[in-house]
Design a protein around this ligand. Structure first.
Ligand code: PLP
Length: 369
């Protein structure tokens, strides 16, 4: 049994509803980082082979989280880097098109727009309201090379049904890329079931890890379409054989990891993800859904205008709202003064609890409103 109170000793005056931005760590992650720091001051890197075992375990855990082979998972710096590796790795032709949503975080828009000088067009599809998936599928036309979507939009928190979009892409020979940073650790995710070619997500939101270490999944057939642009000792087949002069790019996803890994963040994210494996994603998703529903209904009862979808199946961990008689910036400032950690996004105030959030945190937040 996981003792959630012990894992999340947030101060009583901190009402943390900002997991869609940067999440608090569980205690076990702090312990792993402290233990790693202690090793470093007392032993240096003497036990590096053990660190490599932690790194291998982290890849296993990430594979588990998205139902993928760990050999297809690379550890990159962040989501933006992962999306840029894809954008810069494909051999674009003038007239190629990339389909995204009209609500993407800049990380999943700018790398594609930056291809304009190669003749690539970016098409934005409205994903609010009913029929979003079909509108995305309908936007796949001549010249479409890739569809890149956030599984959950960062502002209003719209959750897309990825499988039909992924299937449509696969049938048409179009690549499907998912920015899953607002999903992984919040709701179950299956890269195979949604026919994703690429999945990218940093660990500092719903996965409860530190900033600066991201999952980068590339399906083997899609990986082969990406030219490698960063080189070093680590991304070759015989990494570690430093005297050997001939080399070839690593078979697996490590080909995108050019040099020394971020071992500190590796230890931290590995610890964070152990919590999800202990609990199971079903438990996590159910607990989060209950909290999000509670918040959504509570806000509606207080007359707030809800900007997030009413259909629970269309939501993950985000509830965005505004009050009829107050600017969102003022509402957020008022909440912040009362101890609430939240964000102004998507035209309103964005609240994002997690599975561990105590109901008293949400009750006190609604009382402040
Ligand atoms: C949907 C989405 N993608 C990407 C990012 C940022 O990614 P990173 O900082 O890992 O590049 C965010 C951060 O808020 C986000 O919400």
């Amino acid at each position: 049994m996981v003792d959630l109170k012990a894992e999340f000793p947030l101060r009583d005056d901190v009402l943390y509803l900002n997991h869609a931005a940067v999440a608090p760590w569980p205690r076990r992650t702090r312990d792993a980082v402290v233990a790693f720091a202690d090793q470093n001051i007392h032993l240096g890197a003497r036990d590096y082979p053990q660190w490599l075992a932690v790194e291998a375990r982290l890849r296993e855990r990430l594979g588990w989280l998205i139902n993928a082979d760990p050999a297809d998972v690379a550890l990159l710096k962040n989501t933006s880097e992962g999306l840029s590796v894809i954008a810069e790795g494909l051999d674009w032709r003038p007239g190629d098109r990339v389909v995204i949503s009209d609500q993407e975080f800049p990380s999943n828009r700018i790398p594609w727009q930056a291809l304009a000088d190669r003749g690539v067009d970016v098409v934005e599809v409205d994903v609010s309201g009913e029929g979003a998936e079909q509108r995305v599928i309908d936007a796949i036309g001549e010249g479409t090379r890739l569809v890149s979507l956030s599984s959950v939009q960062y502002g209003g928190g719209i959750r897309l049904d990825l499988a039909p979009i992924g299937r449509a892409c696969r049938e048409r020979g179009v690549l499907f890329c998912v920015d899953a940073i607002q999903s992984l650790g919040a709701v179950a995710f299956d890269a195979a079931a949604c026919c994703a070619d690429f999945v990218v997500a940093d660990g500092h939101k719903w996965m409860l890890g530190p900033e600066g270490l991201a999952l980068f999944y590339a399906r083997p057939a899609a990986r082969e379409q990406l030219a490698v642009h960063q080189y070093g000792w680590h991304m070759i087949e015989a990494a570690g054989d430093y005297t050997r002069k001939d080399w070839r790019v690593a078979e697996g996803a490590t080909r995108f990891e050019c040099g020394s890994p971020n071992m500190l963040a590796t230890h931290a994210l590995d610890a964070s993800l152990s919590l999800f494996q202990e609990l199971g994603m079903d438990t996590v998703e159910t607990a989060l859904r209950e909290r999000v529903t509670w918040l959504y209904d509570g806000l509606a009862a207080r007359g707030a205008e809800l900007l997030s979808p009413a259909d629970p199946a269309r939501r993950a961990g985000i509830v965005t709202f505004r009050l009829p008689d107050e600017a969102p910036a003022d509402t957020r400032a008022r909440l912040q003064a009362g101890g609430v950690v939240c964000a102004e996004r998507g035209g309103g105030v964005r609240l994002s609890p997690h599975f561990h959030t105590d109901y008293s945190v949400m009750e006190r937040t609604l009382t402040l409103l």
